[in-house]
Ligand binder design. Structure first.
Ligand code: HSE
Length: 295
């Protein structure tokens, strides 16, 4: 049996729409075994225990790209990442499924090959790249390839993930975005995305608040999430480094200094008064990315 553990991810990081992302120490784990025939899926809701399951689709897509087959497969899910929550649960299935195909056929894993297949399933790279590689990543899709870098950051940050009791599909969250942006908004975001990547890696905390501002997506998507703008305002007034929508949402990510120990409790008190229920997780960067163990 093969065990594949894939980290949650937070994409966009404010201005880095569809290009910046990072991996977090919250995981989905998948156990995969070849069986005589058919498909057995355990550990997930019944509605996902079928051939349309994203992990299975990714596994089959990769097997086909590798010119391989299996007689049958059993997949057991051990999931901790909320579905449609903005923490990369889909990317864990895509990366997990593709890696499972390589591993079950003992094919040497090449990150470029894995990502090339993964991007045919999840077409923006900012979750799948950090899910595979860990740390913070910048990535670009050009034709059939993904070009990427991952880089480490100093151990001064923590990520307070605020997840409301609602789901928001990426499809819906993308449908509210404008088709075109102005040159000035393009400059606004690209300049900040570059400054953000450099400042995160160097620990230049004073740049990060400005660098996390965005004009591509948050103003549109924030309206879909009750309390979004007020929560960002509250976190700002209580000493966050910066706050932003995690991926397509609805999770809100508060980037905090590890030394600012009171912020989580203040957020908890603030959200207790909210009409919605919120799950609060304090997370750190995962530096390993996806791991495979034969058990
Ligand atoms: N960059 C993507 C988006 C991430 O914001 O739509 C969600 O998968």
């Amino acid at each position: 049996m093969i065990k594949i553990k894939v980290p949650a991810t937070s994409a966009n990081l404010g201005p880095g729409f569809d290009c910046l992302g990072l991996a977090l120490n919250l995981y989905n784990t998948f156990y995969v075994d070849e069986i005589d025939h058919g498909l057995v899926i355990e550990g997930c809701d019944k509605e996902y225990a079928n051939e349309k399951n994203l992990f299975y689709v990714s596994f089959k897509t990769a097997l086909s790209a590798l010119h391989q087959t299996v007689s049958g497969v059993k997949i057991i899910f051990d999931s901790n990442i909320p579905l449609k929550g903005g923490l990369g649960s889909s990317a864990t299935c895509v990366i997990g499924g593709v890696l499972a195909a390589f591993a079950i056929r003992h094919i040497k894993i090449d990150n470029n090959d894995v990502l090339k297949i993964a991007k045919t399933i999840e077409t923006h790279p900012d979750n799948i790249v950090p899910a595979l590689l860990g740390s913070v990543t910048a990535s670009v899709i050009e034709n059939d390839d993904i070009f990427y870098e991952n880089f480490s950051v100093p151990d001064i940050y923590e990520f307070i993930a605020l997840s409301p009791d609602m789901e928001l599909s990426t499809e819906i969250a993308r449908s509210v975005l404008p088709e075109e942006i102005s040159l000035s908004d393009g400059v606004f975001n690209t300049s900040r995305a570059v400054l953000l990547a450099l400042s995160l890696s160097k620990g230049s905390i004073n740049n990060i608040k400005i660098a996390c501002k965005d004009r591509f997506h948050q103003n549109y998507r924030g309206k879909l999430i009750p309390g979004f703008f007020d929560i960002l305002d509250f976190a700002d007034k209580n000493g966050d480094i910066a706050s932003f929508l995690s991926g397509a949402g609805p999770t809100i990510m508060i980037l905090n200094k590890k030394t600012n120990t009171s912020l989580k409790d203040k957020l908890q008190c603030y959200l207790n008064d909210s009409k919605m229920k919120w799950k609060i997780r304090t997370l750190n960067i995962d530096t390993k990315g996806a791991t495979i163990t034969v058990i």
